[in-house]
Design a protein around this ligand. Structure first.
Ligand code: HEM
Length: 212
């Protein structure tokens, strides 16, 4: 059995290269440099809406049959409403068409969701992305002249960010996991990272991002 700290260390170490690829993708770089046209940012929000909706549906179903998953998630973990609020701020329709990479990632979410707690590995990636999201949100506010509205997804917790992340890590550490459970969680996290990188690639090939 692994301790809690072990699974979080394992997740971080086994996805370091995946994080580098996701963070280093030209689409993400242009976003953080404030060089991406606003339409690109809005398109990103739309695809993330679809990804979060699928993940959150699967997590809700899992949490209803697995109380320890509900405990790890805690309160106020969903991002779908924040994404909808951001889209409304930009006057964008919430009826988003999924790109090919988004469709592929949603299929993986559904598949991993049917396998139980390893889905938390996918959640780890998107929850962990709030750490960098704080910095990206600053760049986005500056680039598009925002005052907070429009970045509720990227920066969901404001001044509570570090506390929220520490709380999630501690609850993950309390899970009773075998080595193979942890391995499955790592594989799920790696799929989420790769899926998000593919979504970035799809977006980078759009007409408005010719400069990306
Ligand atoms: C320009 C893009 C990005 C930047 C600048 C960035 C930056 C960061 C930073 C500064 C941290 C905190 C490191 C620490 O305090 O230890 C972090 C953590 C993290 N980021 Fe990113 N990130 C970016 C993109 C992404 C993306 C696209 C994802 C996945 C969808 C992601 C997932 C994560 C995860 C899971 C962690 C937590 C790692 C851990 O401690 O276990 N990041 N990122």
């Amino acid at each position: 059995m692994l301790t809690t700290i072990d699974v979080m260390t394992k997740l971080r170490e086994a996805t370091t290269e995946h994080h580098k690829r996701a963070e280093g993708h030209r689409f993400q770089k242009s976003l953080v440099k404030g060089e991406l046209p606003e339409a690109g940012y809005v398109a990103w929000l739309g695809q993330m809406l679809l990804v979060h909706r699928a993940l959150e549906q699967e997590l809700d179903a899992l949490a209803s049959r697995c109380p320890e998953v509900a405990t790890v998630l805690g309160d106020d973990w969903r991002k779908e409403d924040r994404l909808l609020t951001d889209l409304v701020h930009f006057g964008a329709s919430p009826l988003v068409t999924p790109n090919a990479a988004t469709i592929g990632l949603i299929e993986q979410i559904r598949e991993i969701g049917s396998c139980g707690r390893s889905l938390l590995g996918m959640f780890y990636v998107l929850e962990g992305s709030t750490n960098g999201g704080v910095f990206i949100a600053r760049a986005v506010r500056h680039a598009y002249g925002l005052n907070g509205d429009g970045t509720r997804y990227l920066d969901p917790y404001g001044g509570m960010q570090r506390k929220r992340w520490a709380g999630f890590k501690a609850r993950m550490a309390d899970l009773d996991l075998s080595g193979s459970d942890a391995d499955a969680m790592v594989a799920a996290a790696q799929s989420m990272f790769d899926g998000i990188t593919a979504v970035s690639e799809d977006l980078a090939t759009n007409a408005w991002s010719a400069s990306v």
